[in-house]
Design a protein around this ligand. Structure first.
Ligand code: SF4
Length: 723
């Protein structure tokens, strides 16, 4: 307290002054901006429209963009407090280069010159593939498009992936093998119009809160989740299935539907292949066996199958509960099977719908080189490669014939010293990657690590040889695509601090140093130039942006692709029953259930599940800076059923350690709750201080390479029981 306050002279007048605003009536004068800037929320994939209030060059308030079609005047707690992430102490403001073991401030010229020099030296010595790039779902689409070109054509490496592989690559792989292409087929409108909604492994109340407003009393909500999550509490029918028995459940539902003739034979006949084989395969998923695998009664299985089978329009939504699995891709196939067998696709209210994670996970899928070439072009398609090469005026030999290493394989290659230099962009693997010990070994092996981030220090920037300071949401422009393929504009409201640059400007700067700027980005100075080229590259593709312009987005707020030039936007894909496969038919896939890889044992008797909480975002780099969110949820916790706690002699709020074969999470608060079943425990994954990924395993989906973050065998001990 200062002396004026102590003497009663300082009445905190400035803090307590109020004024009237058109939008809110009387409110704190500090909260009334000079102007509002329309933009799109930078956290999750729901894609809410938001307005950022600016006063004296600072972002001071956030409010819903009332006209935006997604959120209809609402925001979740993160959106409502999003302005707090901008003007914080630990923003990365200047390039930092490690000299004599310490990160020291340098100018951009030295930073980018050193980066290119080091990458070149590594690639000359060990080959082009010795450079890896790990990106994110947080950039704008224009940046993904530019980065993909820069990495593939500029640096000549295909070892480029994003943290999106940690959250939804199984959905991508599943869509590709079932429908011939990535691309969520439905819309949020379908969630609202469905008369039956099946949410499986999707706790939208915590993870995608604004989607809950699309649920309504006219429909039957079925939630399949081992926990009684907040979403499960809203359900008409909760299926508390055993961990990782989801694929058996879905196959069991399909079995009942076929056996009882509750399928759409006409749709199957006209638009799919593989029905006879699938029907034979599903014979082994009779209700008695499925009941044993899932722990659900046969009566509950029949009730679920009949409810979905009788739906006029059935919507299936899933997120990480399905994707985070060694069986993620095939579980997505089985969910697509359900929709195809019942004709629940391509019409109002009917869709198998992957709810994505980050604000622009979709953008990297559409425009980057991570899982396919820009415009969902396939690496192994000579036609696709020739078409893209022609659009870019290059020899198609410069385009890869197969994708490079996926995220976990880049880490594995660094452990084996095949990847020697790494560029990490807007992600924080030292919190988010499973089995941290392996990651630490990988990063310590690198000759050169560049970390590009908006914040410093983070656990990952602290290990970097070079830190590149990036602008954060609110400080740059571009577009995001949400889970329903809706493209929304992201706008700059305030200037970036210090010498931080937008990721787009950093990519152009790197290209300049590489000597390929004019070749790859001819005449580009703004993201608008990238968007115009991307429109042309996406033309005639499933993700056709050619009818979308910045002007249209400013006028209409947002637009869904495919939106061909001169045409209209599409609410849903596959309305004509034509899929992206060579024969135009969707594929019914036989997907065999297997037990999860790490079964509980005498030493590790509990099954650990991890997930999110509504207050925080991913590795908490942003949300720990938001006072209200941090106060609501300052620490991690471990949920345990009281029966397990009794057996272990533990009490509510005890401090415990969580131990697996790989590591230990220390000093976590125990919360006793019936939300988790006996034998299972749950903890949130946002907290670097008590990081669940110290104990998670290195097990990955063989197709999508997505980690099996869930179902780790652990034990719980009183904190400090052993070293
Ligand atoms: S639901 Fe997602 S997009 Fe909407 S405000 Fe919340 S975090 Fe942002």
């Amino acid at each position: 307290m200062n002396w004026r306050r102590m003497a009663g002279l300082d009445t905190l007048e400035e803090d307590y002054a109020f004024a009237s605003s058109d939008a809110t009536g009387y409110t704190s004068a500090k909260k009334i901006p000079d102007h509002w800037v329309p933009t799109t929320c930078g956290y999750c994939s729901v894609g809410c429209g938001i307005e950022l209030g600016v006063k004296d060059g600072k972002a001071i308030a956030s409010r819903p963009l009332a006209t935006h079609p997604v959120n209809r005047g609402k925001l979740c707690p993160k959106g409502l407090s999003e302005h707090y992430i901008i003007h914080v102490e630990n923003r990365a403001k200047y390039p930092l280069l490690r000299k004599n073991g310490k990160l020291q401030r340098v100018d951009w010229d030295e930073a980018l010159g050193t980066m290119v020099e080091q990458f070149h030296a590594t690639q000359s010595k060990y080959g082009p593939a010795s450079l890896g790039v790990l990106s994110t779902g947080q950039l704008v689409t224009e940046e993904f498009y530019a980065l993909g070109k820069l990495v593939q054509l500029g640096f000549g490496t295909s070892n480029y992936d994003g943290n999106t592989t940690l959250c939804m690559s199984s959905a991508v792989s599943g869509y590709k093998s079932s429908f011939g292409s990535d691309g969520p087929p439905g819309s949020y409108e379908d969630l609202e119009k469905a008369d039956v909604v099946l949410l499986i492994g999707a706790n939208i109340a915590d993870n995608h809160p604004i989607l809950c407003q699309y649920l309504n009393p006219r429909q039957t909500l079925i939630v399949a989740d081992p926990r009684v999550s907040k979403t499960a509490m809203m359900a008409d029918l909760h299926l508390p299935l055993k961990p990782r028995s989801d694929l058996a459940l879905v196959n069991g539902i399909a079995h009942i539907l076929i056996r009882h003739g509750m399928i759409d034979r006409d749709y199957i006949e006209r638009h799919t292949t593989g029905f006879d084989e699938l029907a034979r395969f599903l014979e082994s998923y009779a209700p008695d066996r499925v009941s044993e695998i899932t722990g659900l009664s046969e009566e509950l299985l029949y009730r679920t199958a009949f409810t979905y089978g009788r739906a006029k329009a059935g919507f299936i939504g899933w997120t990480m509960g399905v994707n985070h699995s060694t069986l993620g891709t095939v579980t997505v196939n089985a969910l697509c099977n359900l929709a195809l067998l019942t004709g629940n696709i391509g019409r109002a209210g009917a869709a198998p719908f992957s709810i994505t994670g980050q604000c622009n996970a979709m953008g990297t899928r559409e425009a980057g080189f991570a899982s396919s070439m820009p415009g969902y072009r396939k690496f192994d398609s000579p036609e696709d490669r020739a078409e893209l090469a022609a659009l870019w005026g290059i020899d198609d030999a410069r385009l890869p014939t197969k994708r490079g290493l996926a995220y976990p394989d880049i880490i594995e290659a660094a452990v084996g010293k095949k990847i020697r230099a790494l560029w990490i962009i807007a992600t924080n693997p030292l919190v988010s990657f499973p089995n941290q010990e392996v990651l630490r070994q990988a990063l310590s092996n690198l000759d050169f690590l560049v970390v590009q981030d908006c914040y410093h220090p983070t656990p990952t920037t602290e290990l970097a040889h070079l830190v590149l300071p990036a602008a954060v949401w609110g400080e740059k422009e571009g577009t995001y695509t949400n889970s329903e393929r809706r493209v929304s504009k992201v706008n700059k409201a305030v200037a970036a601090p210090g010498e931080a640059r937008s990721d787009f400007d950093i990519f152009l700067g790197v290209a300049e140093k590489l000597g390929c700027r004019e070749e790859l980005f001819p005449g580009w100075t703004t993201v608008g130039h990238a968007f115009e080229e991307w429109r042309g590259v996406s033309r005639y593709r499933l993700c056709d942006y050619s009818g979308i312009s910045y002007q249209l987005l400013a006028e209409e707020g947002a637009a869904q692709w495919p939106y061909p030039e001169g045409g209209i936007p599409s609410k849903r894909l596959y309305e004509d029953g034509q899929f992206e496969t060579p024969d135009g038919r969707a594929k019914l896939v036989c997907a065999e259930w297997q037990p999860f890889p790490e079964q509980p044992s005498r030493d590790y008797p509990l099954i650990l599940n991890s997930g999110r909480t509504v207050e925080h975002w991913h590795t908490r780099t942003k949300t720990r800076e938001v006072p209200i969110l941090e106060r609501l949820s300052p620490n991690a916790w471990l949920e345990m059923n009281p029966r397990d706690a009794n057996r272990l002699g533990l009490r509510n709020h005890d401090r415990v350690d969580v131990v697996s074969q790989r590591g230990r999470v220390r000093q976590i608060e125990l919360r006793l709750t019936e939300i988790v079943a006996p034998g299972q425990v749950f903890m949130p994954f946002h907290f670097s201080e008590t990081n669940v990924n110290e104990v998670t395993q290195s097990a990955f989906d063989p197709i999508s390479r997505e980690p099996n973050y869930k179902q780790c065998a652990i034990r719980v001990e009183p904190a400090g029981a052993r070293p």
